[in-house]
Every structure is written in C-alpha cells, then in structure tokens.
Write a protein that binds this ligand. Sequence first.
Ligand SMILES: [Zn+2]
Length: 102
Amino acid sequence: MSRHHIAQKWTTHAPKLREKWTALLPRPCLACGQPVTKGDRWHVGHIIAAEDGGKPTMQNTAPVHAHCNLSDGGKRGAARVNAARRAVAARDQAESGRRSWR
Ligand SMILES: [Zn+2]
C-alpha cells in the first residue's frame, strides 16, 4: 500500500470521529487555536499526519475550521506542526487545570 493510499484510507474513518468531536464542541481549532463551534464549517484534522503513521483516533485528531484546513492546502509546514503542538498543550492544560503553556 502506498503512502497515498494510507491517507485515503484514513479519510474513510473520519465521519465517525466527526460525530464524536461534534458532541465535544466547542474545541480549539487545530490550526488557529480559536474555538470551533457547531455553527462553524469544520473538518476533523489530524495531529500526526496519516502518512507519518498517525492513527484515526480521538487522541490524534482535533477539529479544524474548514477555511483553516483548506488554506493549509495539504502542506505540512512548521506552522502546522506548531499549531498542533499548541492544541495538544491546550488539551493537557484543560485536563490538568494548572500548567501554563503560554
Ligand atoms: Zn481555525
């Protein structure tokens, strides 16, 4: 299976993840950090890309605004990686409620 096909397979799992994330909104956008609400157009974004071995799990995904996801254009640059790390840090902070990440 090529790397391309792995990415294709991942998308087939996204609808169920989307249902789960919808129940958890609002959540920070994976790309810009602003809240994604049920009134927004949004996609299920992945923190570790499928082609890098990321799994289609709640732990490896987060909501991302449609415009943020589309503007990414499939490129995986430093900005995207940093945004993903901030999203994970924010999630950790929300759970611990004590660690500053700014
Ligand atoms: Zn966004």
